[in-house]
Design a protein around this ligand. Structure first.
Ligand SMILES: [Zn+2]
Length: 178
């Protein structure tokens, strides 16, 4: 994983790119939850599920199919009235992108196994060829250490700055649209 903060910032920034008519705290919060949720798979470690297995860390919960399923599910639960409308498609799009952003950021990190983007069709674990983000330690205790600070610094550069740039560009285009 990138850290929980890195994933949350990315989801928040992505949300800011959407129309003001649908963006509010509920929308952004759900997006952030989607961006963090794939790492719920780490509980598998306590049940003896191997890292490299189907349900292992960065396995199915980090796949593109899972992203789409979660996108539809979150929309169906929290925006049920909109599910079959054009707005509903935007909700599904956002929540899917947020979930997928998690896997994409993970595939940019320096450690662990790769991400099973195409699970269940292809369970190969992938990394991008360029991996600038320091991998976040699993578990809170290990996070608040010297290594944790290094992780936050690398995320500040590789997630924080692009997020701010993205938000500014989105704001610029939204202002010009009026
Ligand atoms: Zn992850």
């Amino acid at each position: 994983m990138a850290s929980i903060f890195g994933h949350a910032v990315a989801a928040y920034a992505l949300g800011k790119g959407f129309s003001k008519t649908i963006v509010n705290w509920k929308f952004l919060l759900l997006g952030i939850i989607c961006a963090i949720l794939p790492d719920a798979d780490v509980i598998g470690f306590s049940f003896g599920i191997k890292y490299g297995s189907f349900w292992g860390h960065r396995g199915f919960s980090h796949s593109l199919l899972f992203s789409l399923i979660l996108g539809v599910l979150i929309t169906a639960i929290f925006y049920s009235k909109n599910l079959t409308t054009k707005k509903g498609l935007l909700f599904i799009l956002y929540f899917t992108i947020c979930t997928a952003s998690h896997a994409i950021l993970d595939a940019l990190t320096t450690g662990g196994l790769g991400v099973a983007f195409f699970s269940p069709f292809d369970t190969t674990r992938y990394f991008f060829p360029w991996r600038p983000i320091k991998v976040s330690p699993i578990g809170v205790a290990r996070f608040f250490s010297k290594r944790g600070i290094g992780v936050l610094l690398s995320e500040l550069i590789w997630i924080g700055i692009p997020s701010i740039v993205y938000i500014l560009i989105a704001m610029y285009f939204k202002r010009n649209k009026k």
